[in-house]
Design a protein around this ligand. Sequence first.
Ligand SMILES: Cc1cc2nc3c(=O)[nH]c(=O)nc-3n(C[C@H](O)[C@H](O)[C@H](O)COP(=O)(O)O)c2cc1C
Ligand code: SF4
Ligand code: SF4
Length: 247
Amino acid sequence: MIGILYFSSTGNSLYIAQKIQSKMGGQIKYIPNYKGNGNEFEKIILVTPIYSYGMPTFVYNIIPRLNKTTELIIIQNYGGMVGGADYYIYQYAKENELNIKAVYVIKMPENFTLTFTVPKFYVNRTLKNADKRIDNVIASIVSGYYKVPKKSKTKIDIYLKNKSNWHLIGEDFSTTNACTTCGKCVSICPVNNISLQNGKIEFSNKCVACLGCYHRCPQKAIVYKGKSKKDRYINHNVIESDIGKNF
Ligand SMILES: Cc1cc2nc3c(=O)[nH]c(=O)nc-3n(C[C@H](O)[C@H](O)[C@H](O)COP(=O)(O)O)c2cc1C
Ligand code: SF4
Ligand code: SF4
């Protein structure tokens, strides 16, 4: 049985995970809730977004505890620039003595859109192009013709610096009057960084910068640095409430 471990805040990684499952079978597990080390699976396919040319905190944290003998394949998806993320994650898996076989990268719509807007036509074109790429990656995995990333010149400093500052982003979030105190952001935050206090949403200092709350608030009531930006992104090929579930 294949284990498809994923982290996703706006659905791109879940979409890839679900396509893999539809072609290869296996179980899909959401990394923040997964307590195992993968030894119940014959192969692990880890699907993750790229964050700051590196990896989300949850992915960074799970790699050292994965079973060292289980075959590991990593699929990273990104909005614009890989940097050296594919080589870095490969090296990180090697340093942790994992049985890493391949790393693939797939371009998906950008979700780090706090300060700029991606035109809708470009989002749709990216999703269309991604389908072909996902099929090719799956075919490569099925055939066992694996892809190992080339050495990158990109320095990892920017990743480590950004990663160490992600907890600060909560300071820049606030809610507008559109907030209905529905509690959705409280329940979807993977690190319990959001709470409802005296009828008001409060952000604490444990944020991992996933932007799930920002994009998935039904009222678009969470804003960054007080901006009145209205565009939000959720991959329309997935059921939004499925993000964070196991299958
Ligand atoms: C904190 C953060 C950092 C990001 N850094 C990068 C990056 O360095 N390069 C890039 O191309 N995309 C970057 N992205 C965009 C995501 O990798 C991309 O949109 C991904 O497909 C989102 O996957 P998801 O929908 O499964 O969460 C970043 C997104 C976030 C939230
Ligand atoms: S999800 Fe949006 S509307 Fe609901 S409590 Fe959070 S900020 Fe308010
Ligand atoms: S506060 Fe928002 S951006 Fe930060 S970890 Fe929670 S859901 Fe993600």
